[in-house]
Ligand binder design. Structure first.
Ligand SMILES: [Zn+2]
Length: 83
């Protein structure tokens, strides 16, 4: 089972990457990523996706695209995410 901190970090990964979170949450998630390799790996994947999306000319992925990407990642990694 993922830890609650992991759930939170993974939930907010896109916002974290986009710097759409309050300073303290960015700090909290950043700290978590440093000490949690699975979440850090997820972070790297999401950054890569964001770069790909940017290359298509959209600054921010539409919500449904984000959801689809997240579902794809979670389906590929059943140890992460869930409800
Ligand atoms: Zn974690």
């Amino acid at each position: 089972m993922p830890k609650p901190e992991c759930e939170e970090a993974l939930d907010r990964l896109f916002e974290y990457i986009d710097h759409e979170l309050p300073e303290e949450e960015i700090h909290r998630i950043g700290e978590h990523l440093k000490e949690c390799p699975p979440c850090e790996a997820e972070h790297k994947i999401n950054e890569k996706i964001k770069r790909l999306v940017n290359r298509t000319g959209h600054d921010v992925a539409p919500e449904d695209l984000r959801d689809r990407i997240l579902m794809t990642i979670r389906a590929a990694r059943p140890d992460v995410g869930g409800n």
